[in-house]
Write a protein that binds this ligand. Structure first.
Ligand code: 5GP
Ligand code: ZN
Length: 116
């Protein structure tokens, strides 16, 4: 997929507005347009990686930085201790609809396990 066709690359480029809550050298995070919890933030790498299956061994630091972002945003939002969910879907059966990896950070309410 050309980068121009990727929704999240277009958000990264500033072509599509987003409510950005976090930025680092390797990642940005913005609020989900259709939140599933009081806080629902999408944390994405600046590098276009389509799915978990496309993560290269050289990308591991970048992927780790998504969790560093989750930790920081959870702290900012005030639910670090209470708990939160960080989820990354892979491909259609798991519900992935945007093919630029993203960690869903959900917090501010209890979650059941296992998910539906
Ligand atoms: P997926 O289903 O791929 O795991 O997650 C994609 C997420 O992107 C969904 O939760 C959806 O609500 C969110 N989303 C889709 N389009 C936009 C958009 O234009 N802006 C923002 N902020 N979120 C979006
Ligand atoms: Zn992309």
């Amino acid at each position: 997929m050309a980068i121009d066709d990727c929704l999240f690359c277009r958000i990264l480029a500033g072509d599509i507005p987003a409510d950005i809550v976090y930025e680092s050298e390797t990642a940005i995070a913005f609020r989900d347009i259709n939140p599933q919890a009081p806080t629902h933030v999408l944390i994405i790498p600046r590098k276009h990686i389509a799915t978990i299956n496309d993560i290269d061994v050289d990308d591991l630091e970048i992927v780790g930085s998504l969790y560093a972002a989750a930790r920081e945003i959870a702290s900012q939002e005030g639910f670090s201790e209470e708990g939160y969910r960080a989820v990354m879907n892979c491909n259609e059966a798991a519900g992935q609809t945007v093919f630029h990896i993203h960690l869903h950070l959900l917090g501010g309410r209890p979650f059941s396990w296992p998910p539906g």
